[in-house]
Structure formats: structure tokens, C-alpha cells
Design a protein around this ligand. Structure first.
Ligand code: FAD
Length: 240
């Protein structure tokens, strides 16, 4: 299997080139009805935490995400914690976040790593049932007051005088809010490279979020994650 490279954008809103009202009001757009205090784009790991913090603080929150079946989805190794990451999970926990609690709800194994080494490198890691983890986090979002969860893809940000005032989705619905939090993870401008083929995708066989958001004067930078080729050695059936 040739090496895969995933390119993803991290979006930072810095510029202020306001789009004209005309540009913003596309043809045939529908109002999404009520106004929200906060819209969270993407119910991945970061999006779930952001939405829960805002809703638990009493704000009216709308979460728009690509798929209701992929909430807080772990695309590869379903581990929470481990060297370096366990510290982050503990900090999310200390701040009242959900990741640690959800990992305990969906865990198949929990272990203290590196016990033969010094305390500084010892860290807790859970292995989780990734379907259970996703379903359990979805339930937490759905049972949270002040939080509305919808399966819609954000295609455009709405701005006014350099401030983001809402979004438009793939169903041409406009949702307005005082704050928009983009937690689009590996999807925004995502590209998968397989050998010399480049496929726009946030994950294999999944959509890529268009980087139209950068129209609002923002800048973007990219990170890449490479998944090394795995090769069967001889006929022993051992994969390396
Ligand atoms: C193939 C692969 C393997 C990986 N393996 C590992 C691993 O083994 N260990 C590890 O720690 N990390 C791994 N990662 C990285 C890890 O998945 C990410 O770092 C992590 O998921 C990022 O979390 P997030 O909340 O920022 O975004 P994501 O988990 O990427 O979630 C983003 C969410 O936003 C939604 N979304 C995106 N754009 C829009 C839009 N326009 N409108 C509405 N919704 C939108 C998506 O549907 C998704 O639900 C891997 C990533 C990939 C792609």
C-alpha cells in the first residue's frame, strides 16, 4: 500500500475584507430560523468539547457537522491518552471537558504505560471501542440543554464589517450567531495523497471542507500526517 499523506488546514481569522451584502446574500438561501449565541462547525473531538463548554455556560449553541455517524470519530488507532496526550486529556478533564469521561465509558483496555521507566514518562492510555465512543459522545451532545445538533456541511462564512456573523450550509440554509467556532480538523482543504494521486478528502472516502472560509480575509496553514506503507514480509504473514 503506497504511503498516504494527509494535508489539513488550521484556520486563523485575521484579515477584515468585508464581503458586500450582495455577495453574502446568495440566491435562494433560506433562514435557519432562530439566532444562536455560538455555532460550532464540526463535531469532532475539539468541536464536541467547544460545544459542551458553551452550552454548559448557558449559551444557545448550534453544532453543524458532516455526519451524525462520525461524531468524535477516531479514524485510526482508537486510543485516548498515552505519552504526551494523556496530559492533554487530563487538562480537558480538569476544565470540565468530556473526553476523559467518554473514554472511560467506551474503554476496552486501560493501562499505565512505561512502568519500567521513570514517572516522567509514565502515562495512562485507554483503548476504546471507537463505535461506542462516538455513540456515547453523540448521546452526551443530544442530552445537553441549550445545544442543537444538525447534520449539515458549512460551505460559507457570513461576514459583516470584518466580523463573522453566521454560516451558510450545503442546503443553502443561513444560520446566524455572535460567534462561529471552526473545528473542522483534518477536513478544511484536506487532501489525501496516494502516490502521485491527490484526492480532496478530510479522511479516506469522506468529504473535504472547501477552504471558502479564507474568503473572509483569514489565513490558513497546513499540517501533514503521513501513514507509512505497511508491507507483508515474505510469506510469514507478518506485517511491518
Ligand atoms: C487517517 C487518519 C489517521 C489518524 N490516526 C491517528 C491516530 O492513530 N492517533 C491520533 O492521535 N490521531 C490520529 N489522527 C489525527 C486525528 O484524527 C485528528 O488529530 C483529530 O481527529 C482532530 O480532531 P478535531 O476535532 O480537530 O477534528 P476531526 O476529528 O477531524 O473532526 C472534524 C469534524 O468536523 C466536521 N466538518 C469538517 N468540515 C465541516 C464543514 N464544512 N461543515 C460541517 N462539518 C464539518 C467533520 O465531519 C468532522 O466530524 C489521524 C487522522 C487521520 C485522517
Amino acid at each position: 500500500m503506497p504511503a498516504q499523506v494527509v494535508v489539513c488546514y488550521v484556520y486563523i481569522m485575521t484579515g477584515d475584507e468585508p464581503m458586500s451584502e450582495q455577495d453574502q446574500r446568495g440566491q435562494n438561501e433560506f433562514s435557519g430560523g432562530s439566532r444562536y449565541d455560538c455555532i460550532v462547525v464540526g463535531a469532532g473531538h475539539a468541536g464536541c468539547e467547544a460545544a459542551l463548554v458553551a452550552a454548559r455556560a448557558g449559551l444557545q449553541v448550534l453544532v453543524l457537522t458532516g455526519s451524525m455517524d462520525a461524531i468524535a470519530w477516531m479514524p485510526c488507532n482508537p486510543a485516548i491518552g498515552g505519552p504526551g496526550k494523556a496530559q492533554v486529556v487530563r487538562e480537558v478533564d480538569a476544565l470540565g471537558g468530556e473526553m476523559g469521561l467518554n473514554a472511560e465509558r467506551a474503554l476496552t483496555q486501560i493501562k499505565l504505560l512505561n512502568t519500567s521507566k521513570g514517572r516522567a514518562v509514565q502515562s495512562v492510555r485507554t483503548q476504546c471501542d471507537k463505535w461506542e465512543y462516538s455513540a456515547s459522545m453523540k448521546q452526551v451532545l443530544e442530552s445537553q440543554s441549550n445545544l442543537t445538533l444538525k447534520q449539515e456541511r458549512v460551505e460559507r462564512l457570513l461576514t459583516q464589517s470584518g466580523h463573522v456573523v453566521g454560516v451558510v450550509t450545503n442546503y443553502r440554509v443561513r444560520y446566524e450567531a455572535d460567534t462561529v467556532i471552526l473545528t473542522t480538523g483534518t477536513y478544511l482543504g484536506g487532501v489525501i495523497h496516494i502516490s502521485d494521486i491527490a484526492i480532496p478528502a478530510g479522511r479516506a472516502w469522506d468529504f473535504a471542507a472547501v477552504a471558502s472560509a479564507t474568503h473572509s480575509g483569514g489565513s490558513a496553514s497546513t499540517f501533514s500526517a503521513s501513514i507509512p506503507a505497511r508491507r507483508r514480509v515474505s510469506t510469514s504473514g507478518v506485517w511491518t
